[in-house]
Design a protein. Structure first.
Length: 211
């Protein structure tokens, strides 16, 4: 049966079997099913419904992130993010969520740079407050931008980790309510990030103590 479907093939010398070409299409199907945007869709949908907001998955590409998937809530007023939209890696809430979970060496190297957008433009960066923001994110699993980068828009973000348990992106929501309401959704966003991370093979239940 395995030979019929191309999963194995008989060796030319007639002794034993080797893996067949049918595994190529099978592995492609597995990789497609494990793609972060595909896995994230039901998670984003549930998150958007519970928070009545727009939920977004962003993925890291070099020193930027791009919007890879989104789901908009059912409210009359919301925020729309275009698929493919690019932002600096260190921008606002998602920047804090990502950097807080980077390996220490990589995080320290990144923070030595000058073009850091955690608090808006680089000129607004407060490194003392940033250290506190990153430490808090590492403890609670989510980061916030409460109307600082974009006035009136509160953002809550959590990291998405890959198989090596380092960030490959983030999940975040945009909340057009009070900062207190946005903060209340933090654990919900953190759990969404952990759920997707587990599905991607990451170990997310350990504690971090290097911040």
């Amino acid at each position: 049966t395995l030979q019929k479907f191309g999963l194995v093939q008989k060796n030319p010398n007639g002794k034993g079997y080797s893996l067949g070409p049918g595994l190529v299409s099978l592995s492609r199907k597995v990789l497609d099913d494990l793609s972060p945007p595909r896995l994230a869709q039901p998670i984003l949908e549930e998150l958007a419904r519970k928070a009545n907001s727009t939920a977004v998955l962003g993925l890291i590409v070099d020193k930027n992130v791009f919007v890879a998937a989104r789901h908009e809530g059912e409210g009359n007023i919301g925020v729309t993010m275009r698929i493919g939209h690019r932002l600096p890696l260190t921008y606002g809430a998602h920047g804090k969520a990502i950097v807080a979970f980077l390996p220490r060496k990589e995080r320290d190297h990144l923070l030595q740079g000058h073009d850091l957008y955690f608090h808006g433009g680089p000129s607004k960066l407060d490194r003392t407050r940033l250290r506190k923001d990153l430490a808090q994110c590492s403890r609670v699993g989510f980061a916030e931008d409460l109307g600082e980068v974009n006035r009136g828009l509160n953002v809550v973000a959590a990291p998405v980790l890959g198989p090596n348990s380092t960030p490959i992106g983030y999940i975040e929501i945009f909340v057009l309510f009070s900062s207190k309401t946005a903060h209340r959704f933090g654990p919900l966003v953190a759990e969404a990030g952990k759920t997707l991370s587990r599905q991607l093979g990451a170990k997310v239940d350990g504690t971090r103590d290097d911040l």
